[in-house]
Design a protein around this ligand. Structure first.
Ligand SMILES: *Cc1c(COP(=O)(O)O)cnc(C)c1O
Length: 227
């Protein structure tokens, strides 16, 4: 077995046991393989091992990988600049990092109708760190109001990268606050399908599963450390 296939096997065991502990169905937690800095060969190996969903942070790096594996499902998980929205809108199926009404309008306008709606998550800064991307919880509510009727995108939920901490109770509290915000938004607006939570990475995905994550974004545990 290759390293990546072996990593996937042990990762799947950890995901299954976290789901069991959380009393959740395994199929409700999706694995997004994060391939930033990793080669097309590594991504191909992961696809051959059975991974269907891939996340990329940088458009330029993503494009050659998407060309090499067009049958995979691609998710954009990096910061979005206005001059990149056309490619992001059309080369990806999901975007996890929506953080402004202007970008929402551009993605919606530029998405090719034949592709169907772009599945979109709003990135929220739940730890209040000045350096992190994402909107505050208050602005997330405004952004839902502004973006929910745009025809080219469909709002599906929230994403966060909380402050790194090895304290599992803190990890869980941060993830719980994202879940509560998602619930508040679903109750406030009539947003059908606003049910996705993109949260949890290599260091904290088990806590995220405990708090309702539907997309864990995993790089290191699958592909090994980045240089
Ligand atoms: C790099 C990255 C990940 C994966 O991080 P690991 O700790 O390597 O699992 C997940 N989400 C985002 C947004 C990232 O940039």
């Amino acid at each position: 077995m290759s390293d990546i296939a072996a990593n996937l096997k042990s990762l799947n065991e950890r995901i299954a046991s976290a789901c069991q502990k959380a009393g959740r169905k395994r199929e409700d937690v999706n694995l997004l393989a994060v391939g930033k800095t990793k080669s097309i060969a590594a991504i191909t190996e992961a696809a051959n091992a059975g991974i269907e969903h891939f996340g990329e942070n940088y458009l330029q790096e993503a494009e050659s990988k998407i060309d090499a594996l067009p049958e995979a499902i691609w998710h954009f998980i990096g910061g979005i600049q206005s001059n990149k929205t056309r490619s992001i809108a059309n080369r990806f199926t999901w975007v996890h990092t929506l953080a402004s009404a202007k970008i929402a309008r551009r993605l919606s306008d530029q998405r090719d109708e034949n592709l169907g709606q772009l599945q979109t998550l709003i990135q929220v800064n739940i730890s209040g760190e000045a350096t992190k991307q994402g909107v505050t919880p208050e602005v997330a509510l405004e952004l839902v109001e502004q973006a929910r009727d745009l025809p080219g995108i469909r709002l599906r939920g929230l994403m966060a990268i909380p402050e790194p901490t090895s304290d599992v109770e803190r990890q869980r509290a941060n993830f719980a606050s994202l879940r509560q915000l998602k619930d508040e938004i679903s109750e406030t607006f009539d947003t059908d399908g606003f049910d996705q939570l993109s949260m949890g990475m290599t260091a904290d995905f088990e806590a995220a599963i405990m708090e309702g994550s539907t997309w864990i974004r995993i790089g290191t545990a699958l592909f090994g450390p980045r240089q």
